[in-house]
Each structure stands twice: as structure tokens, then as C-alpha cells.
Design a protein around this ligand. Structure first.
Ligand code: DGY
Length: 321
């Protein structure tokens, strides 16, 4: 019998072709995030599920699928929506897509960083509102990056790629995280490992690249924001709940920090309404990996992961317990 493969969202055609070679593929029509009940019905009898960050994948999901379920392959690097322990306890392999979205996400991080420090959104809004303007020596002055310090929380693949870009802009790097980077990486970036509190009070820009875990939920709360320089900027392209969004809106509104660049939000797709009113925040709707090339590479890697497990092989990028 051919395996049943459920893709919870339509993915790139190259990836669909790989899946079709290995089994009978089901995708929702029309393409949309499935509410939990529909998701549980859809995965019933699946041997493999290719999922996205919209799907809550937990013990109930695995039980709804049934004991034949072998693999859940998420088309994302982040897997905070997946209860990995519950799946591993049921002998279900979990895979994600690290590596292929590193550059796209680092580019978007730097785009937001430049957008907020150089006030690009403010300038564009002014033009689109047809406000009168003219070149003026004191008009819409931003903050330069050369010689400034970038504090990276989580120097993994994406954090490292952001640091490389920052070095090209003449920035100094400090970082923190669960563990120190390899000496060769520290040397290449001339990066200094510091505790979080030192990073917060010494950085001109703080960029978040740690995964969302119980330990990092609201890592950046009112206290952390108060520890930052009033001239500093916060960039978040990892997961919204790493930041207490209400505290951030308050800090941005009252000048506790100078600005923020946000690609992710605590309750997506909702955005804290106060953030929408503030000029000192650059906003993007979770676009970190959103290039055609990257989304195709993510989907193909996710398909390769699923197919490998169905064939009884080690998948390219498994999530370990
Ligand atoms: C991820 O991969 O975790 C991003 O947030 C979506 O591409």
C-alpha cells in the first residue's frame, strides 16, 4: 500500500513532486490554515505529515493521526508549535528546515534594522500622505551603525549570519545564549560572549535569534527593556512571545528605548494596537524566510525529510529530543 502523506498547506511544486513519488498526497482545498478539529480529521491515517507553524502538533494530533504515523516534517526552522517529547514518545520522527532560510532571515533582520534606525517607514508614510517636505540638514535624522554595538541573543546560524552583515557595517558584536560559540566563530566575528544583563545595557541594537522555549518566553520584558540604553533599538525576527509586546509598546511610547523592528508578534496575526500607532517601530508581517527561493528550498527539504523517514532512512535534518 502506498503511504498516505498529508501536507497541511500547499507547498512548492518541486516538493509536491517529491512527495507524490513516495505516496498519495492530500492537501486542503482551498489552501488555508486548518482549525484543530479539521486538522485532526485530515491527518487521520497519515504515515507522514508535512506541516507548518500554524499547526498545533501535540499528543492529541498524533493520536488523531493514528499509530501508523511515522514523521511530522515542519516547513520551518522554529518548532515551538510541536510537542517534540509527545511525538518522540509515540516513536514519531520530527524534522525541521534549518540552514536553508538563514540568509533570507538575516537579510530581513538587517532590513528591519536599517528601516528603523534610518526612519525609512516614517519617510515613506510622509510621502504617501503627500505631506510637504524638502531636503533639510536636520530632516528625519536617523542613527548610524558604524562603531555601534550589536547585541545578539542566540548566536546560532541566523544570529551568526546577522553578525556577519553587521561586521560589514562596521559594528562591534557582543552575544549571549545558552552556550558559547566555537572559538573560530568568535574570532571571525570578533564577538564577545557576555551575560544577558551586560548585553542589554551595552548594546546599541539588540537582535533576538533564540528559539521560543519556556525559558525564553517574555525574555524581553519591562525589566529587560528598562535595562537597555534609551538610544537603543530592539529587533525581533524569531518568535513574538520572546518579547512582552505590551511592555514593548509601553517602552517605545515613553522613550525607554529608541525604536524597534518587528517581524513577529505575540498573537499573530494580531499586532498590539499601540505598536501600529508608533512611528519608531518598523513592522513586517512574518516575512523572515519569505523569498521564492527560500520557501522552495524549505519545502523541498521538508519533503526530503518526510520521504527519507518513509523509506526507513535517517532524515537530513531531524529534531532531537
Ligand atoms: C521559521 O522557519 O521558523 C520561520 O518563522 C518561518 O519561516
Amino acid at each position: 500500500m502506498r503511504p498516505r502523506i498529508v501536507a497541511t498547506r500547499r507547498i512548492a511544486e518541486d516538493a509536491m513532486a517529491l512527495l507524490r513519488e513516495s505516496g498519495d498526497v492530500w492537501v486542503p482545498e482551498p489552501d488555508r490554515p486548518l482549525p484543530t478539529e479539521e486538522l485532526h480529521t485530515a491527518v487521520k491515517g497519515a504515515d507522514a505529515v508535512v506541516s507548518t507553524l500554524h499547526d498545533r502538533v501535540d499528543g492529541a494530533f498524533a493520536d488523531a493521526a493514528g499509530p501508523q504515523l511515522k514523521v511530522v516534517s515542519t516547513v520551518a526552522v522554529g518548532y515551538d508549535n510541536i510537542d517534540v517529547a509527545a511525538l518522540h514518545a509515540r516513536d514519531v520522527v520530527v524534522t525541521n528546515t534549518p540552514g536553508v532560510l538563514t540568509d533570507a532571515t538575516a537579510d530581513l533582520t538587517f532590513g528591519l534594522l536599517l528601516s528603523v534606525t534610518r526612519r525609512l517607514g516614517e519617510g515613506e508614510r510622509l510621502l504617501r500622505a503627500r505631506e510637504p517636505w524638502r531636503f533639510d540638514l536636520g530632516f528625519l535624522l536617523g542613527t548610524g551603525l558604524q562603531g555601534k554595538t550589536l547585541g545578539i541573543v542566540g548566536l546560532g546560524q541566523i544570529g551568526t549570519a546577522v553578525a556577519r552583515r553587521a561586521r560589514a557595517f562596521g559594528m562591534r558584536i557582543v552575544y549571549t545564549g545558552r552556550r558559547r560559540a566555537e572559538t573560530s566563530v568568535e574570532r571571525e566575528l570578533d564577538a564577545r560572549y557576555v551575560p544577558l544583563d551586560e548585553l542589554l545595557c551595552s548594546s546599541d541594537v539588540v537582535s533576538l535569534h533564540c528559539p521560543l522555549t519556556p525559558q525564553t518566553r517574555h525574555l524581553i520584558d519591562a525589566g529587560a527593556l528598562a535595562a537597555m540604553k534609551p538610544t537603543a533599538f530592539l529587533i525581533n525576527t524569531t518568535r513574538g512571545p520572546v518579547v512582552d509586546e505590551a511592555a514593548l509598546a509601553g517602552a517605545l511610547g515613553s522613550g525607554v528605548i529608541a525604536g524597534a523592528g518587528l517581524d513577529v508578534f505575540e498573537r499573530e496575526p494580531d499586532v498590539h494596537p499601540a505598536l501600529l500607532e508608533l512611528d519608531n517601530v518598523a513592522l513586517a508581517p512574518h516575512l523572515g524566510s519569505a523569498t521564492t527561493e527560500t520557501r522552495t528550498a524549505m519545502a523541498v527539504l521538508a519533503a526530503r525529510n518526510a520521504v527519507a523517514v518513509l523509506r526507513g532512512e535517517e532524515p537530513p535534518t531531524p529534531v532531537r529530543s
